[in-house]
Design a protein around this ligand. Structure first.
Ligand code: SF4
Ligand code: SF4
Length: 83
């Protein structure tokens, strides 16, 4: 039977029991709010909230195993780290 009107959803990765989400976080106490990381993120996960930059953990992919682009451009050592 063919069902009409149903749209296929794009496959999304699911967390399995025991798995942890991958994400980076910004240390607000050392971030200078220079904005360099925002434009490097391939998933648009970095944005300004108030006067600080934050990383949206639900969309950060840690650059899929490549060196994190946000970390590479951040001028402050250890400002961006893994959650
Ligand atoms: S690790 Fe990659 S995907 Fe995650 S915030 Fe940094 S640049 Fe974006
Ligand atoms: S590049 Fe580093 S210092 Fe600049 S806004 Fe991003 S986290 Fe903050």
């Amino acid at each position: 039977m063919v069902r009409r009107g149903l749209r296929r959803r794009a496959a999304r990765p699911r967390l399995t029991q025991g798995a942890t989400a991958m994400a980076m976080q910004i240390d607000a106490s050392t971030c200078t709010a220079c904005g360099a990381c925002e434009f490097e993120c391939p998933t648009a996960s970095i944005s300004m909230k108030g006067d600080i930059y934050i990383i949206k953990a639900s969309s950060c992919t840690e650059c899929d195993g490549d060196p994190a682009k946000c970390v590479a451009v951040c001028p402050v050592d250890d400002c961006i780290t893994q959650v």
